[in-house]
Design a protein. Structure first.
Lengths: 186, 255
């Protein structure tokens, strides 16, 4: 059950604007943090720290720019600098972006036969997402769960839009392959 | 492999860009036209859309606890101003005064409304009665002496000559087991009542300004004089009620 935040309407204190802008993003930030950290306690620490940093830096935030991308970027950077984030970056072999870029524009479709994803168990899908390396997991979640445009994802991840596209395509291909394996094995 | 029937073909990234709504407008239109004719590409796109959809649903997995939500709320929402201890007595005193004022106003309003409501009920009961008056007479010199011995006070009935009102008659009425005079008047097709009781402590907060108030579609004017409390009411205009009240006041002062 989602419990709404207290309304801040009618207040005139300086923190009002910040609260009204960032509190609606709380559920999304928490969900994203859990997916990154794989641990609810750590995710809570990440979200709390991200909010503290955002509050501190809000005066330098320029209105009219993308606040969602800004606070997601703060959260992600907080994660990358956390113990779990640092460990993940050391143990997970990041895909070579250049190698990805070499993939020809028109490629062979890796799944000629269509599988019915709708019939795949939710836990299986969540398990497959969890298995994705962080760079692919985060781009997939931002695109499909948060439904961010590529440009916004690029802003959060501090990478070019082209890299967003290649990582996303790769993430989906891996996910599709993983689910296909599961379905075939089942 | 990329569909040979689509000029240039679309790579994996472009196919994803199509389902994410990120393909360039011109290319999107061309590809949409192609999809209508190519079942293979249509199936591929349907498959991608389905995957995106299930990821969206499965991806919304973690919901924060209520405690954590409160924690963040307290962290983010502006803190309420902290009051200096020196302010506490002043704030407490102001609160007491406000509370007392509200209580008195509430009692005044409810007491006033209740008293007027009771009298309006008496008027309605009179109108509904088959025998609204016990003494039927248009003559004040008949009605006034009729009350003698029946009430512990004298009732002065106004002289209605050259007024639009006609006296119908009078009756002894009771409110909370205490007797009072009920006079019934006619104004065209309307009937108005005037009630006279010995004044009571509970009516001390009822308005004595002599300005009619509206209650349940009746205009009611009440005042107190000479230890008696008068109520005049009717469903006519406020001016009629005021006029009859003035006549009653004049009769009382002539006593």
């Amino acid at each position: 059950m989602v419990i709404p935040f207290r309304k801040t309407k009618g207040r005139t204190q300086p923190g009002d604007e910040f609260a009204e802008l960032v509190l609606p993003l709380f559920d999304s930030l928490y969900n994203f943090a859990c997916w990154l950290a794989h641990d609810r306690v750590e995710a809570e620490d990440l979200v709390q720290e991200a909010y503290a940093k955002a509050l501190k830096g809000f005066s330098s935030f320029q209105s009219g720019t993308n606040l969602r991308a800004w606070i997601f970027r703060i959260l992600r950077n907080t994660f990358l600098n956390s113990r779990t984030g640092l460990a993940a970056s050391q143990t997970i072999a990041l895909e070579d972006e250049e190698a990805l870029a070499k993939v020809p524009a028109a490629v062979t479709r890796e799944t000629p036969e269509t599988i019915l994803f709708e019939q795949v168990n939710r836990d299986v899908i969540q398990g497959a997402i969890e298995k994705l390396a962080v760079p692919f997991r985060e781009v997939l979640l931002l695109a499909d769960v948060e439904e961010m445009p590529y440009r916004e994802i690029a802003e959060v991840l501090a990478i070019p839009v082209g890299t967003v596209m290649s990582r996303l395509a790769r993430a989906r291909r891996v996910l599709r392959g993983e689910l296909q394996d599961k379905v075939v094995r089942a | 492999m990329a569909c040979e029937r689509f000029p240039g073909g679309l790579g994996r990234e472009e196919l994803d860009a199509f389902i994410d709504g990120e393909l360039a407008v011109e290319t999107r239109r061309e590809f949409e036209a192609h999809l209508r004719a190519c079942t293979s590409c249509a199936a591929d796109i349907a498959n991608r859309v389905q995957l995106k959809s299930v990821v969206k649903r499965a991806g919304r997995r973690f919901v924060p606890s209520a405690d954590f939500r409160r924690k963040i709320e307290n962290q983010v929402l502006p803190r309420k101003r902290t009051w200096s201890a020196a302010w506490i007595p002043a704030v407490a005193a102001a609160a007491v005064i406000l509370f007392a004022a509200a209580w008195i106003a509430g009692r005044w309003t409810s007491g006033s409304q209740a008293a007027i409501g009771e009298l309006v009920d008496l008027h309605i009961a009179t109108l509904a009665s088959a025998n609204p008056v016990d003494v039927v007479s248009t003559d004040l010199h008949t009605v006034k002496p009729w009350f003698e011995g029946k009430l512990p006070f004298a009732v002065n009935v106004p002289d209605l000559k050259n007024t639009p009102f006609t006296l119908i008659g009078g009756r002894v009425t009771y409110l909370e087991q205490k007797p009072g005079a009920g006079l019934l008047f006619q104004y065209r097709k309307h009937r108005l009542s005037a009630f006279v009781f010995q004044d009571r402590l509970k009516w001390k907060n009822v308005s004595t300004t002599g300005t009619p108030v509206r209650h349940a579609s009746f205009w009611v004017e009440t005042w107190s004089t000479g230890g008696l409390r008068y109520f005049v009411m009717g469903d006519t205009s406020v001016a009629n009620v005021e006029q009859l009240s003035d006549l009653m006041k004049r009769a009382a002062s002539a006593q």
